[in-house]
Design a protein around this ligand. Structure first.
Ligand code: ZN
Ligand code: ZN
Length: 296
């Protein structure tokens, strides 16, 4: 590590206590994580979900941008749209699937780490949620060549999670625990738009502000193998000036077009207004493609 990178890290750490600044620092941490991860060999039996992260000692590892103790390795055989963007998880190719393993602890401060954690930050929402985040052992097996399904397979159905974000966190659908609607449950989201369910599994239903803020950023991959983006589509260019809010999304939050990651028109999802949830959500009620599997 050269002197410049060390100085960048120290500057990043100094700003780490300021929430607004932390989001800007994210880019330098992502760049470092890319250097650290992109050439790794992370496949096979050696890949694990790592140690159990303890909330009482959880801190951010500036070199990876992930919580200390979180395994972060993206195998070199993965396509660049995954290995250049995903971290805070292990990912590799296995046959006709991508496998992701995640401890699923947020690389942000959160009220749900509990008041005794170094990563505690009071939330601004006031809805009741008695749960705290806890370290998981999620394993996703996701088709590497996604295929169109019936569009009628529910995104609920007792699934542990329906996708994984670029920072290794679970994606949930547009539903809340009955009888609440998600609009009510949103009143329990932490300052980065996530919360844990009753076994401590932290997840995002809606805006994940660590990774997307009304932009075209890649959010993650869904269990059916299709990518999911923020509210905008990137017009298949890296410049943000031509990003646009798609007007042709289907009821599953998706459409088929090129992006910077897919040079031929490919189906993908977007964060968008969901009529069931009555707020913006990442996913709707059904999968577009044939889904893989997930365990914990
Ligand atoms: Zn939830
Ligand atoms: Zn799009």
């Amino acid at each position: 590590m050269n002197r410049t990178i060390i100085i960048m890290l120290l500057v990043g750490l100094a700003f780490g206590t300021c929430k607004k600044k932390e989001k800007e620092d994210n880019s330098s941490l992502l760049a470092l994580a890319y250097v650290a991860n992109s050439s790794g060999t992370c496949n096979g039996s050696a890949a694990t979900t790592g140690v159990t992260v303890s909330n009482s000692t959880a801190t951010l590892d500036a070199s990876t941008g992930c919580v200390t103790g979180v395994t972060t390795c993206m195998d070199a055989a993965l396509p660049s749209w995954i290995k250049d963007n995903f971290k805070c998880a292990t990912g590799y190719v296995s046959g006709s699937n991508y496998v992701f393993k995640s401890q699923n602890v947020p690389n942000t401060k959160s009220s749900y780490y509990g008041t005794s954690s170094p990563l505690y930050e009071a939330r601004t929402t006031t809805g009741p949620n008695p749960n705290t985040t806890s370290s998981q052992k999620l394993v996703y097996t996701i088709p590497s060549a996604p295929s169109k399904g019936t569009g009628t397979v529910s995104t609920q159905g007792g699934l542990v999670s329906i996708g994984i974000t670029v920072n290794g966190l679970a994606i949930f659908n547009n539903a809340a625990a009955p009888p609440d609607t998600l609009a009510v449950e949103a009143l329990t989201f932490d300052n980065y738009g996530g919360h844990p369910q009753n076994t401590g599994l932290y997840h995002h239903h809606a805006g994940a502000s660590k990774i997307t803020n009304n932009d075209a950023n890649l959010v993650g991959i869904i269990l059916d193998g299709y990518a999911i983006y923020g509210k905008k589509c990137d017009n298949a260019t890296t410049t943000t000036t031509d990003d646009f809010t798609p007007s042709d999304l289907d009821s599953l939050h998706g459409h088929t077009t090129k992006t910077t990651h897919f040079t031929t028109a490919t189906y993908h999802y977007h964060l968008t207004y969901d009529s069931t949830a009555t707020i913006d959500t990442l996913m709707g009620s059904f999968f577009y493609g044939n889904k893989g599997s997930v365990s914990n």
